[in-house]
Design a protein around this ligand. Structure first.
Ligand SMILES: *Cc1c(COP(=O)(O)O)cnc(C)c1O
Length: 226
């Protein structure tokens, strides 16, 4: 088995003390690995690919909270809307509307995190600060007239730059936390309570900077094959 139980128990203990949620990122890993952590009591799992997630969900227990952490295309929302617990990478207004539409069909409310572009790489997705303000404002207005009832914007998600410069990574996390605090304290934003930042290589730093949800894959399941 490829699951590193010792690492899991250690990380779990560390995070519990700080009230940080651990999303175990199981992309590319077999269902047996997920089942093994499930049997240890773990329930939050993260996946990046729609088809892979849909296939795993079919054969794994129903009380798993599935987090979709990849880049989600609007035309694929329908495959995960009936069961997904949280979508971390909402990076366009159009996508948020589509999630609402598909969640309505299943009579569900889907938790969403708005992805913020903080990294230096152009390839990463996400809103900038000005776009964030616009989207959050628009969501408020829609909610006010009784629309968008099937999505709940719960907070922000971000990925730091791929770099060994940990001070750069720290600055990006500090910035994300500052944005998060700004929106979380706006009137009527009580549900805005989740800041998803930190992965295997930088989760300690992310927690120091105020993350309350980390997405950890390789430390738990071993390195992924390319
Ligand atoms: C793969 C992935 C992770 C986990 O990465 P590790 O380095 O294996 O911990 C976290 N977040 C996102 C968005 C990912 O795609």
């Amino acid at each position: 088995m490829a699951v590193n139980r010792e690492a899991y128990l250690e990380i779990k203990e560390q995070l519990q003390a700080k009230k940080v949620t651990l999303v175990a990122v199981s992309k590319t890993k077999p269902v047996a690995d997920i089942q093994e952590l499930y049997d240890q009591g773990h329930r939050d799992f993260g996946e990046n690919y729609v088809q892979e997630l849909a296939e795993k969900q079919l054969v794994l227990p129903n009380d798993i909270r599935w987090h979709f952490i990849g880049h989600l295309q609007s035309n694929k929302v329908k495959y995960i809307a009936p069961f997904v617990h949280m979508v971390h990478g909402v990076d366009s207004y159009k996508l948020l509307l589509e999630i609402d539409k598909q969640a309505r069909k299943s009579d569900r409310v889907i938790n969403c995190l708005l992805q913020v572009h903080v990294a230096q790489e152009e390839t990463k997705f996400g809103f900038n600060e000005i776009e964030l303000v616009q989207v959050i404002d628009a969501v408020h207005k829609y909610k006010h007239v009784g629309e968008l009832r099937h999505v709940q914007v719960r907070g922000l998600m971000g990925m730091a730059s791929l770099t060994d410069d940990m001070e750069q990574v720290r600055r990006e996390f500090t910035y994300l936390k500052m944005l998060f605090d700004h929106f979380a304290t706006l009137p009527g934003n009580a549900a805005f309570d989740t800041l998803s930042m930190g992965m295997s290589s930088d989760y300690q730093l992310a927690i120091e900077e105020g993350s309350n949800m980390v997405r950890i894959g390789s430390l738990l399941f071993g390195a992924r094959q390319k």
